[in-house]
Design a protein around this ligand. Structure first.
Ligand SMILES: Nc1ncnc2c1ncn2[C@@H]1O[C@H](COP(=O)(O)O)[C@@H](OP(=O)(O)O)[C@H]1O
Ligand SMILES: [Mg+2]
Ligand SMILES: [Mg+2]
Ligand SMILES: [Mg+2]
Length: 336
């Protein structure tokens, strides 16, 4: 049996089950009212339920593994939240073999409150990455990764709305991406367990590139990206996609560069927003770093405290992309 085989199959099953939760809510999106968390970002019944499903499945096979999950139950407790809680419970139990009661539901979600760190095994989970994309009816991803001693060893991403072949409009939607360190990167359809290896598209000059960025200008500066693209003589328009689907797209050759450029100096990236995607990039032949060329450090808790922004691209062009980023950042620092 290959390394992490049980972790791999369990994570794939967990992500597929959680994706079913999201797809069920997505089909009746008008009913999926979002509430706003303390950090002013949205959350829906599907985010809570997907985290409950994945944490329950992981807990059965790996009862001692901690989980660093995005969500907690702070906003799900109290009388006024009873209707929301009941919806989350109903949705969760429509997927799980053994139904949960309300207390078990809350504790399943709160298994995700681990602080992270450098020692031992831990999972990191983003039950819906791109909640804003989900609410707009666009792209989102269910993202799960296993970190051991600060290193991402396994990443699985479910992208329910992503076409298997982006160039073919009729292509089936629902793709799952999986990478294990040292074992390569693969894509499969939700509807079939056949896995196909994926690779970065070969590219020799940044000017030929298509770059990905967030749909949300508040999550990544579109203005700075345009300046960087101009310096690199990129003529193709940006490919804007929500969520870690961006990592999936560059890893299978749909685009060549992913830029995530801070809009606010206070913002620090979350580990669950990049763990699975960063391994997918590495295993499909890409390079990933922060804006200063520093490796992403997943060992410092729930956040990427030592890093600023993100850039992923083909190794042939990475240093040129970093140079262009430096020029734009330096100019801004001088002007501020
Ligand atoms: N000011 C900000 N800068 C960068 N990322 C932000 C941000 N505010 C929220 N985010 C993150 O952006 C993620 C979505 O990324 P993208 O724009 O690539 O779709 C969100 O994940 P969630 O949707 O899981 O909350 C959230 O963690
Ligand atoms: Mg969120
Ligand atoms: Mg996220
Ligand atoms: Mg999320």
């Amino acid at each position: 049996m290959s390394v992490l085989a049980l972790e791999r199959s369990t994570a794939i099953n967990a992500v597929l089950q959680a994706s079913k939760v999201c797809q069920a809510v997505f089909r009746n999106l008008a009913d999926a009212k979002a509430i706003t968390k303390k950090d002013k970002t949205p959350i829906t019944v599907a985010d809570y339920s997907a985290q409950a499903v994945i944490n329950t499945i992981l807990g059965k096979t790996f009862p001692n593994d901690p989980i660093v999950g995005e969500e907690d139950t702070d906003e799900l407790r109290g009388d006024e939240r009873k209707p929301l809680r009941e919806k989350v419970l109903e949705l969760t139990n429509s997927i799980l073999d053994v139904p949960l009661d309300e207390n078990k539901l809350l504790s399943a979600i709160d298994r995700g409150t681990h602080p992270g760190g450098i020692k031992g095994r831990m999972w990191t989970l983003d039950p819906i990455d791109g909640t804003k994309g989900f609410l707009r009816g666009e792209q989102y991803a269910v993202c799960l990764a296993l970190i051991i001693d600060g290193q991402v060893e396994l990443g699985v991403m479910g992208c329910p709305n992503l076409p298997f072949d982006l160039k073919n409009k009729e292509s089936e939607r629902g793709c799952l991406f999986v990478a294990v360190k040292g074992q390569g990167a693969f894509q499969r359809k939700f509807s079939s367990s056949d896995e196909l290896p994926i690779h970065f598209a070969n590219i020799s000059s940044p000017s030929e590139a298509t770059f990905c960025e967030s749909v949300e200008a508040g999550h990544s500066s579109h203005d700075d990206a345009a300046k960087i693209a101009a310096l690199l003589e990129i003529s193709k328009p940006p490919f804007r996609v929500d969520s870690q689907c961006k990592y999936c797209c560059i890893s299978r050759g749909d685009a060549n560069i992913y830029l995530r450029l801070p809009t606010n100096v206070q913002y620090i990236e979350n580990i669950w927003d990049h763990a699975s995607g960063s391994l997918l990039v590495n295993e499909s032949g890409g390079t990933i770093s922060d804006l200063y060329g520093k490796a992403l450090d997943f060992s410092l808790g729930r956040k990427l405290k030592a890093n600023t922004g993100i850039v992923a691209s083909h190794p042939n062009i990475h240093s040129q992309v970093l140079d262009a980023i430096q020029q734009v950042i330096k100019k801004e620092n001088i002007n501020n």
